[in-house]
Design a protein around this ligand. Structure first.
Ligand SMILES: CCCCCCCCCCCCCCCCCCCCCCCCCCCCCC(=O)SCCNC(=O)CCNC(=O)[C@H](O)C(C)(C)COP(=O)(O)OP(=O)(O)OC[C@H]1O[C@@H](n2cnc3c(N)ncnc32)[C@H](O)[C@@H]1OP(=O)(O)O
Ligand SMILES: NC(=O)C1=CN([C@@H]2O[C@H](COP(=O)(O)OP(=O)(O)OC[C@H]3O[C@@H](n4cnc5c(N)ncnc54)[C@H](OP(=O)(O)O)[C@@H]3O)[C@@H](O)[C@H]2O)C=CC1
Length: 515
């Protein structure tokens, strides 16, 4: 019997960010392994024209929850969706709901965050810092609370190269930042943002670091733990391999490469690609929830959920396997044949951006205009290049995260728990994982049918022929122009032609002699 699964039975659990990538997998695993849990409260806001109830209904009816519905048929009754907006005071939760949350909650998993790299500092602070502070104040009023688990990121201290399982202070106190966001106007915030974030690349990593400081400062006598996952990718094993439902991290770029938009990216192929499957993160999170509640460590423990020091993979190997998978299972209706590569420096990167990204987009838009359609490729390409510029920081560097607490926890688990809540990334076979990841993107994100693979392959063959034709035509035009303008090019041309002529004449003569 799994001790962790038994621990969650009968518990009332509060999850923020349950509609997000990690939150969904966390809920799924909880229901699948502890179907006797009492209730999961989720804080949800209406979005994209859907009410909170409609959003929950959609999640429960997705493929991810198919197994859960077999194991826990009353899952609908065990989810209590509470209307909440983490950007508002008291999260805009009604008095009755708040009362219920405060009096019943046993465990809190705080996953909600803005993960956008370019979010305005005011918004990123509101969600990643202020909301965390408010949630901790709420938690301190929960008499039955056993553990509060905060999800941060391994990149909150990406300005360092070696990162320990400790909280590093930021130069400006989070409380001062929170206060200043209330009275500074947007223009001034824009001006001071680069100074505040300092040597971090974006507002996301900066505000996640501030969030950790807030957790430390507001911890009071709560049992708190912080989990720092690296780049969270598709599921490895559970509930099935390859599940992914958003474009964050590598997923969007894999699509862009598979559809032939992304041709080059400035990155170091030998740098560590610190990916971690989402089900591994969730297993560690649940194990940490159990350990924190049962063993009550004296101080706030931080757990790195990373792969680099235990089972490293680099970007070159990952990119290579991604491209190899496209050969077997190509994406449908590609713009060009997938053929991406890493470039080493800014100059070659700018060259390839002009030649392989912008020029084909301009040519295609010209073709769309000629055929009476609306041009769109330049816009798509601009967006892609913006995304690429934001992730370049992460594919040109390697980090070292120590994992003492994570390894300690692994050794504390029973063999059964090590199996059911496996977070031992040493067992991960990267090539298999990446292949399943690409397949998962095709099936669950792009919603493409496997039956369309022969047609997709045919389409790639046509694109290859167009590519050869286009290059030959381009070469001939360039050559013709050169010949018209340069005596030297003409001399070379006559030399080649006369050489070919002599060569052919010699062959003809020798074959006539043989006869
Ligand atoms: C030894 C030698 C061997 C050589 C071998 C050679 C092989 C070569 C192979 C080459 C490579 C081939 C394959 C490539 C695979 C690898 C690529 C590397 C991937 C690296 C990824 C690293 C990521 C690192 C991140 C680490 C940070 C820490 C992790 C975290 O803690 S948080 C999670 C990370 N967060 C994110 O990823 C969020 C990023 N998103 C944003 O910040 C924003 O969305 C934005 C990208 C800035 C865009 O903002 P906008 O306002 O412009 O747009 P908006 O968000 O409104 O969306 C507009 C439309 O764009 C779509 N979209 C959104 N995000 C993405 C995305 N990431 N990619 C693509 N498209 C995206 C969105 O859906 C909208 O579309 P619409 O709805 O149709 O309009
Ligand atoms: N994905 C990754 O690569 C990594 C993620 N992390 C961390 O893991 C956690 C989960 O990330 P992930 O699941 O990928 O992120 P997602 O963007 O998929 O999910 C974010 C969640 O936060 C919720 N949320 C955002 N704003 C509000 C708001 N104002 N009120 C209520 N809820 C809100 C979202 O709700 P809604 O659906 O309504 O928008 C969503 O449920 C985050 O803390 C992130 O920093 C750490 C390392 C890597």
């Amino acid at each position: 019997m799994s001790m962790i699964a038994a621990f969650y039975s009968g518990k009332s659990i509060l999850i923020t960010g349950a509609t997000g990538f990690m939150g969904k997998v966390l809920m799924e695993k909880l229901f699948r392994t502890s179907p006797d849990l009492k209730v999961i409260y989720i804080l949800v806001r209406p979005k994209a024209g859907q009410t909170t109830q409609q959003r929950v209904f959609q999640i429960l009816n997705s493929k991810l929850f198919e197994k859960v519905k077999e194991i826990c048929p009353d899952v609908h009754e065990k989810i209590r969706a509470i209307y909440a907006d983490l950007n508002q005071n008291d999260f805009a939760i009604s008095k009755e709901d708040m009362q219920e949350l405060l009096s019943c909650t046993n465990i809190v998993f705080h996953c909600a965050a803005t993960v956008r790299f370019d979010d305005h500092l005011r918004h990123a602070v509101q969600l990643n810092v202020t909301a965390t502070q408010q949630l901790l104040i709420m938690a301190s009023q929960m008499p039955k609370l056993e553990a509060f688990i905060h999800i941060s990121t391994a990149f909150s201290n990406c300005n360092l190269t070696h990162i320990d399982e400790v909280i590093y202070p930021c130069p400006v106190e989070p409380k001062k930042i929170i206060d200043s966001m209330e009275w500074l106007d947007d223009a001034i915030i824009d001006e001071i943002t680069p100074k505040l974030i300092g040597d971090r690349p974006n507002t996301y990593t900066y505000t996640k670091a501030l969030g950790e400081m807030v957790v430390q400062q507001e911890s009071r006598n709560l049992n708190i733990a912080i989990i720092r996952p690296s780049i969270v990718g598709a599921t490895w094993q559970e509930p099935f391999p390859g599940w992914v439902d958003n474009l964050n991290g590598p997923s969007g770029l894999i699509i862009a490469a598979g559809k032939g938009f992304l041709r080059s990216i400035r990155g170091a192929p030998m740098a560590v690609a610190d990916l971690i499957p989402v089900d591994t993160v969730v297993n560690l999170t649940l194990a940490v929830g159990w350990y924190t509640a049962v063993h009550r460590p004296k101080s706030t423990l931080i757990y790195h959920c990373t792969s680099g020091n235990l089972n490293p993979c680099n970007w070159g190997k990952m990119g290579f396997q991604v491209l190899a998978t496209f050969e077997k299972v190509p994406f449908e209706r590609a713009f060009r044949r997938p053929n991406a590569d890493f470039t080493a420096n800014t100059i070659t990167s700018q060259y390839w951006n002009a030649v392989s990204h912008r020029a084909p987009a301009i040519i295609y838009d010209f073709y769309l205009r000629l055929t009476g359609r609306k041009p769109r490729m330049t816009k798509i390409m601009n967006r892609l290049l913006k995304t690429v510029s934001m992730i370049e920081y992460f594919v040109n560097r390697s980090w070292e995260w120590s994992t003492y607490n994570t390894e300690m926890l692994m050794s504390e688990l029973s063999p059964e728990d090590q199996r059911v809540f496996n977070f031992d990334v040493r067992q991960l076979n990267w090539l298999e994982y990446i292949e399943n990841y690409v397949l998962g993107i095709k099936k669950y994100l792009l919603k493409e049918d496997m039956a369309g693979i022969p047609e997709a392959k045919q389409h790639l063959k046509r694109l290859r022929n167009i590519h050869y034709l286009f290059n030959t035509a381009l070469f001939l035009i360039a050559w013709r122009l050169l010949i018209a303008r340069s005596q030297m090019a003409r001399n070379v041309w006559f030399f080649i032609v006369s050489f070919c002529y002599k060569f052919l004449s010699y062959f003809r003569a020798s074959s006539t002699l043989k006869v």
